[in-house]
Design a protein around this ligand. Sequence first.
Ligand SMILES: [Zn+2]
Length: 474
Amino acid sequence: MKKILTLLLAIISLNLNAQEIEHYFQQIRNNPAKLAAFFAQMPKGGDLHHHYSGSVYAESYIKWVIEKNYFINKKTLQVAVKIPDNDIMWKSFSELRNSGKLDSIKFVLIQKWSIKDYNQVSYPSDRLFFEAFGNFDIASQLNVDSGLLEIKARAKAEHVSYIETILSPISNPINKIKTGADFDAKLEQLQLIQDSTETQKLLFKSYDQLKNQDMVQAANQFCTSTSRLHNSLGVDDSLFTMRYQTSVLRFETPMNFFTSLILAFEAANRSSLIVGVNIIAPENNEVSMRDYWLQMQMFRFCHKIYPKVKYSMHAGELCLGMVKPEDLTWHISSAIYDAGAMRIGHGLDIPYENHSYNLLKYMHKKHIPVEINLSSNEFILKIKGANHPITLYKQFGVPILICTDDAGVLRTNLTEQYVLVATRYPEFSYNDIKTIVYNSIYYSFIKEASVRKKLTADLDRDYRCFEKEVLSDR
Ligand SMILES: [Zn+2]
């Protein structure tokens, strides 16, 4: 009897705490500074949608190319290992340092490699964003160990216990893995008439040729190098866990895309650290748009061959004005119904999808979450505030995840993403936000049940502590 009474008192006190926190949250929800302090300390579980190279800050990339004493073109700000021609505009970083010009070059390089100081006028924001990746590509190849530790340290500092980082595509030993050149043309023909049955048959035929020793070796090598790096750095510790997704580029030719996709699935099928596959690069690119249907068919095929591999898909990262209106009507639907996506990245064009209410109901019923990236959507597509469909997803009970996408390029963090949710969308209560945080572990692609269980238990513990502190210290 005494035990039951103690338990009842504990439950009552927890409920009172929850009510008090909710009350405090409602008081501060229009004050970004107070919210930033609140969310900076709040346990945030996981960040399930972010890209490694876009998450490292430009300052680190710049430091690394300076340490290597690479060369920079003072006019274009292109960076290279060697001077590509005799152009006098190329200088090494040490020459710049000696002539006292290094600081000014660093200043403009940050603006070129991120959105810092962007004035909304001089250049299209989506181009600036996507070109940044090409601009710092040479630097992002360096010091991946330091880069991983940087994003880990940043996550831990803002009480994020798990991150699922999207890595670049696995380098494709394309010279070794070859299929008949005529596959591309045949696939494009089948795409024109959207013949799913024949496409699947043809994919099976090409898979037969692709799946050879070279393919297995390339996938194995990727898994081994990832796990060696992960373990040697001690990335996982008692307070933090990191897992990886591998990815494929949308603008590849059909067979290159398919080869890359098979490699990605093969790797994700072999390693406990590679927990998923994703599809990356601008969705409005000409090839991405042309081959979207075909690429969904390829995911569908891979799911049959590798039924255990999870995949999240950037889908519907489009808006009115960016593409023709009819192109806004089917990408999320196809990612879900044709390709079988387990999570949707962005999902911005949902209001324009055919039968969008049915699609939203389906996502709710099948527990297919949407990964929301507010700063990214605002910068690249100019979709923010009431124009953002986050409230539509909420209305239909679609599980929501809050993520950063590219915190380095966008110069943001996860705390700021939660501040944006609270200030812009009054329909989200503190309790809703807590549910979003728990979603980030529940809908993660973590393979080991024990790890997921531990992260959930850690969240319980950390919330008890956080709520107690807020109530006593505010
Ligand atoms: Zn993304």
